[in-house]
Structure formats: C-alpha cells, structure tokens
Write a protein that binds this ligand. Structure first.
Ligand SMILES: [Fe+2]
Length: 394
C-alpha cells in the first residue's frame, strides 16, 4: 500500500476499504474515516459460528483462550461483506461495515454514543410535561417521556387517574417496581405516627431517598392523587448541576465528598435500612454517576480524625449550593400529576403546607433507571444483536 493510514499527518484520506496491518492492530478506512481495531478485540468479537450463538449474540469463544500473539495471517476488504480475516489460530471471520461502524471505539465514536445530559441552568424551569394517555398509549409519547428522563432527569406525566395504586400500574407500563423496605407503594400524607419527616406538614429540604441502601433506587415516581392543601409546592434540584458548580469552584471539596463515607439510616418499628458510602460516586471516566444527599438521614460520621473537618467544609459548601435556589425548579403539582425523577441525580422536596386547608395525598414507588433505559432501547429497536457476519459468510 503506497499511502499510510497512520496518524494525523494524513493530507488526504485514502478511499474506503484501504487497509493497513500493524503489529497488534489494523486500520481501515470506512466512510472516509480511519478506524483502528486491535487484533485481540477483533478476534474476541468474531461472529463465526464456532465463536457465537447467532440467535442470542452470546459468546461461545472463551476470551481468556485467545493467545497474546493473535494476528491475521491474511486480511482483505470486500465492499459488501466488509473486513475478512484469517486468524493465525486458524479461524476465519468477517466483520461487516455496519458492525464496524456500530462498535468503532475511536474517541469520536465513543463520544457520540455517550448519553446527552442537559444540566439545569441556575434559573431552572419546571420539568417537561407529558399527557398520561400519550405516555401509556403511544410509542412516540412514551419515547418522548423516556428521553426527557434520560436527558433532564425529571418529567411530569399529567392527567393520571387519581386511583389507589395507579402509580404502580403506570410503573408496570415502563418496567418493574423496585421493592424496598417499608411499603411497596409508599403513602405520603399527614400522619403523626409516620416513620419519616415526609409524614409531617413541615418543609422537606431537597434530598434523595433511601441513601440507606448501597444501591438506592434510581427512579422515583410520585403520584399526586390529590393536592388541595395550601402550600406544599414541589421543589426539584438538579444535583449533578450543583456538583458541577462545586467541582468547578472547589475541586478539593468535590474530591472529599467522593472519598469520605457517610452512614445513612432509615428505620421503622420493624424495618431497618443502613449503608455507608461517599455521597458522590464517579463512573470510569470521572463523571458523576450516583449522588446521595439526605440531610435528615445522615448518621454520625465515622471517618479518620484528620478528615472530619475537611468533610464538614465540603458538605457546608455543597449544602449552600443546594439551598441557594440555583438549579431548582419550584412548582405546584395538580391532582393527577405524576412526577418522575432520576433519583441518583435529581433531589426532591416540598415547601410546608397547612394540613387543615385541604387534602394532600401522594403515592410513590421506586424503579430502576436501567429498566427505563432498557424500555427505551426496546422501543427504538436497539436491543437486537447486530451480527458481524452474515450466515452465508459463516
Ligand atoms: Fe423523599
């Protein structure tokens, strides 16, 4: 090959199908872009019948059996079938253009696959609203709602019938209820004997629920069967936006809250939940994945002596951001509104209300964000495996 595919020195990209083999990887031009794949990765992802269950996409090849020196003995490009390789362990395999596009792991392709997260501005609006009939009655309606939960972390479904346990029926149209201690469907109304401050008429500062689990529920659905009392406006805060401000202005405080474990507990007469974790948990690329914030459920810190004041300095800073009104939406929910929050991200609370002024009754259930995103992929038809090679090539 006269023209090298190597690195940024390219003046003009060679035509599609240009192929260059290096010691441990190859480069192929597809759609005018140079895409690089390691041999061990290609061999591992072979769709040859010996290596893969076609119907399910499950791998038969035992990855650990691939030798470190795996490499092609021959490789070529066919414009229809794609990349054809004969591996030096004797296995032939084909990788179609569509498959290479989908699984390309170059920085640009990986960035394009990352979910869009729209952090709330300092003067946030209330969450987008979707009619119940459309969310449960049409694919487009449900997808629009799921997109909003994915991107903004909150959505309101309107016109949900004010029926007992309707919130659970709604949850089943999306996936599965996440059961936790206490009731499967939680009732939130004035109850002097209730097990948490939600049952009082006082202000509830924005918080996340169940930080007392190692894995708190990641979706919360709150259904307002009736909301006729004076006061009690709902407050939502984009916790990830608050954390972005903390990280920008005080990276040391942010770092402290990713490291110091905080115990949280919620209990009743015959149930108990308790877990100890840092308030901020990060993903593999340093992004915030799980935020837990519950001033009312935090238990005495049990940290090394020299970390205690650093924790309080960081917590004070974060608490002031969350209490500042920035990244907060305040609104009055109507009868039949059903609020969804991505509960590892968005904090919920309410202003005080007067229980003598009218009825206020919510029912809520938890779900898992994973299941909502699974539902979204199914509705979009993204869950079926894409074979790398056709049966004729097998
Ligand atoms: Fe709550």
């Amino acid at each position: 090959m006269s023209q090298t595919l190597g690195h940024a020195s390219l003046e003009t990209t060679p035509p599609d199908g240009s192929l260059e083999l290096d010691e441990r990887s190859l480069a192929v031009v597809l759609d005018g872009r140079v895409r690089r794949f390691h041999y061990v990765w290609l061999r591992d992802n072979s769709w040859a019948p010996e290596d893969r269950v076609r119907q399910s996409g499950e791998r038969k090849l035992f990855t650990a059996s691939i030798p470190p020196g795996i490499a092609p003995t021959a490789a070529s490009w066919d414009s229809e079938r794609g990349l054809e390789v004969l591996w030096n362990d004797g296995q032939p395999a084909t990788y179609s253009p569509a498959w290479l596009r989908r699984y390309d792991y170059s920085p640009a392709a990986r960035a394009a696959r990352r979910p869009t997260v729209a952090l709330w501005p300092e003067n946030a609006d209330e969450p987008p609203r979707f009619p119940h009939t459309e969310v449960v009655g049409s694919t487009e309606g449900q997808l629009a709602y799921l997109d909003a939960v994915r991107e903004t972390g909150a959505a309101v479904v309107t016109g949900v019938p004010s029926e007992h346990h309707e919130v659970e029926r709604f949850a089943r149209t999306l996936g599965h209820v996440r059961e936790v201690a206490f009731e499967r469907v939680h009732n939130v109304r004035h109850d002097p004997a209730g097990y948490n401050v939600a049952h009082t008429p006082g202000e509830l500062k924005p918080h996340t629920d169940m930080p007392s689990y190692d894995w708190p529920p990641s979706i919360q659905l709150l259904h307002f069967l009736t909301n006729q009392a004076t006061g009690g406006e709902s407050t939502l805060v984009d916790g990830w936006a608050a954390l972005a401000e903390l990280r920008r202005d005080a990276p040391g405080h942010f770092d402290t809250l990713t490291r110091v474990p905080v115990p949280f507990q919620l209990f009743s007469a015959d149930e108990d939940t308790w877990a100890e974790n840092p308030m901020i948990q990060l993903g593999a690329e340093g992004e915030v994945r799980l935020f837990r914030f519950s001033n009312q459920l935090a238990q005495p810190l049990s940290a090394p002596y020299e970390q205690v004041e650093a924790f309080y300095d960081a917590y004070r800073h974060l608490g002031q951001i969350i209490d500042s009104g920035r990244y907060r939406a305040t609104f009055t929910a109507a009868d039949g509104d059903l609020l969804t929050v991505h509960a590892h991200r968005v904090l919920h609370g309410r202003l005080p209300y007067d229980p003598a002024s009218g009825a206020r009754h919510l029912q809520d259930v938890y779900m898992e964000f994973d299941d909502l995103m699974a539902r979204r992929r199914v509705l979009r038809g993204e869950h079926e495996p894409l074979p790398a090679q056709s049966q004729e090539d097998a």
